[in-house]
Design a binder for this molecule. Structure first.
Ligand code: IPD
Ligand code: CA
Ligand code: CA
Ligand code: CA
Length: 262
C-alpha cells in the first residue's frame, strides 16, 4: 500500500469512529431543549445542535488530519470561502435538513467530505435516526453500514421517481415541472443528504436542487464512485466551493431530463 493510501485509511477509520460518537452526542442533545435561530430567512434555521456538532467535528479533524483546512456551514456562513483547492480540505454540514430536525426530529443527516487538491475523495453521510452510515472512498467503493453499494439500476424516466427542490419546481425554471410530469412520481424529503442517499440506493432516479458546497460535498464522492451523472443543470462541471443548481441522476434519467430542459 502506498504511503498516501495508508494515511487515508487511518484518516478514514478515525472519522468512522468519530461518527459513532457524533450520533450519540446528537441523540443526547436532541433530548434536551435547544435554541433555534434564523439566518437569511424564517425558513433558514440554525440550532445550537448544528453549532455543537460542527465544533465537535472541527476539534476531531484537527487531531485526525492536522495539516488540513476545514470549511463548515455554520462558520463559513456569511464569510468568504477560501478559493484555493490545494491540499486537504474538509467540508462539514453538521445537520443537513435543519428544518426537519426542528419540526420532525427525523429525516436529517450529518455530512462530511474530504477533497484532496480539488478531487472528491472521502464522503460520509449519516442518516441519524435510521442509524445508517453511508461511506465512500474514491476508487475503493461506496458502502452503507459496511455493505457495498452497487450502481443504481437504469430506468426510463417514466418508471423512475424524481426529487426536485420546491423553489425550482414552483418557479418552473428550466421547465422542471415537465420533468416532474414525465417521471413516475415526485418526492421531496427536505434534506439533500437524505435525498442523495435515495439516488445512491436506486430509490430515486434523479435529484435536482440548488445546493451550497456543504450540501453536495459528501454526496459528490458517492455520485462519482457509483457512475452517476453529477453536474450543473445546464451540463457544466460543478464548482466545489460555490453554490450550484445541481442534477444528480442515473445516466438514462439524466439524458431524458436533458431533452426536457429549457
Ligand atoms: C438544506 C437541505 C434542503 C435543501 C437546502 C439545504 P440545511 O440544508 O439540504 O433539503 O433544499 O438547499 O440548504 O440548511 O438544512 O443544512
Ligand atoms: Ca443551513
Ligand atoms: Ca446544515
Ligand atoms: Ca445542508
Amino acid at each position: 500500500m502506498i504511503a498516501d493510501e495508508k494515511q487515508l485509511q487511518e484518516i478514514d477509520s478515525a472519522v468512522q469512529v468519530m461518527f459513532g460518537s457524533l450520533r450519540e452526542r446528537t441523540l443526547t442533545l436532541m433530548q434536551k431543549p435547544f435554541s433555534v435561530d434564523t439566518k437569511t430567512s424564517q425558513n433558514d434555521l440554525v440550532t445550537t445542535v448544528d453549532k455543537a456538532n460542527e465544533q465537535f467535528i472541527r476539534e476531531q479533524l484537527i487531531k485526525i488530519d492536522p495539516h488540513s483546512r476545514i470549511i463548515g456551514e455554520e462558520e463559513s456562513y456569511g464569510h468568504q470561502i477560501a478559493p484555493s483547492l490545494v491540499g486537504h480540505i474538509w467540508i462539514i454540514d453538521p445537520i443537513d435538513g435543519t428544518m426537519n430536525f426542528v419540526r420532525q426530529r427525523n429525516h436529517f443527516a450529518i455530512m462530511l467530505a474530504l477533497y484532496i487538491d480539488g478531487q472528491a475523495t472521502l464522503g460520509y453521510i449519516l442518516d441519524v435516526m435510521n442509524d445508517d452510515m453511508y461511506h465512500c472512498w474514491r476508487h475503493h467503493g461506496a458502502f452503507v453500514n459496511r455493505q457495498q453499494l452497487s450502481a443504481p439500476v437504469e430506468l426510463p424516466l417514466s418508471q423512475g421517481l424524481v426529487d426536485i427542490n420546491r423553489y425550482l419546481l414552483l418557479s418552473n425554471v428550466h421547465n422542471l415541472q415537465d420533468v416532474a410530469r414525465q417521471a413516475a412520481g415526485l418526492r421531496m424529503y427536505g434534506s439533500a443528504g437524505i435525498e442523495l442517499i435515495h439516488v445512491f440506493t436506486g430509490q430515486l432516479s434523479a435529484y435536482i436542487s440548488r445546493l451550497k458546497p456543504w450540501d453536495l460535498a459528501a454526496g459528490r464522492v458517492f455520485a462519482e464512485e457509483l457512475g452517476l451523472d453529477v453536474k450543473t443543470i445546464d451540463g457544466r462541471q460543478l464548482s466545489v466551493l460555490s453554490s450550484n443548481t445541481v442534477l444528480v441522476a442515473t445516466k438514462q434519467a439524466s439524458q431524458e431530463i436533458g431533452w426536457l430542459l429549457k
